[in-house]
Design a protein around this ligand. Structure first.
Ligand code: CMP
Length: 143
């Protein structure tokens, strides 16, 4: 069964959006397989966003991610990578549709509340990075 990595960023945690975001993934029918509140070291944030290291916003992005605790999650279900990104909405909140998480709760691309893996292969890498201990074994009967 497909899995994806989702991170509620420091602004989402500070604004009290954790429950709302979990609710949206649960109500869709996805299964929570991993969950932790974590403060991120600079080197770890740089590793997570290594593909963006040449971007002009990279340093600001890393500062943002280490500015407070994040909630790291693994969600499982049919097409969860693609469908999860639909629930999350477009990267730039100016483009994300109302009804999506970013469309409902964000205005700034540099404070866009949440991250979701963009492909099955990046999900695999991100889950391995954030959950080296592994994730829960249970299967939802909804699958
Ligand atoms: P995320 O889904 O975590 O993937 C990469 C992140 O880089 C993105 O969400 C934004 O937080 C950030 N990002 C992308 N483009 C820009 C930009 N132009 N300015 C600032 N941050 C950006």
């Amino acid at each position: 069964m497909e899995q994806t990595f989702v991170m509620i960023k420091p602004d989402g945690v500070q604004r009290g959006l954790v429950g709302e975001i979990i609710c949206r993934f649960e109500k869709k029918g996805f299964t929570l397989k991993g969950l932790k509140l974590q403060s991120v070291e600079r080197a770890f944030a740089e590793k997570h966003y290594a593909d963006l290291s040449s971007k002009p916003f990279f340093n600001g992005l890393v500062e943002y991610i280490i500015s407070g605790p994040v909630v790291a999650m693994v969600w499982e279900g049919k097409n969860v990578v693609t469908t999860g990104r639909k629930i999350i909405g477009a990267t730039n909140p100016s483009d994300s549709a109302p009804g999506t998480i970013r469309g409902d709760f964000a205005v700034e691309i540099g404070r866009n509340v949440i991250h979701g893996s963009d492909a099955v292969e990046s999900a695999r890498k991100e889950i391995a990075l954030w959950f080296p201990e592994g994730v829960a074994e249970w299967q939802s009967s909804l699958h």
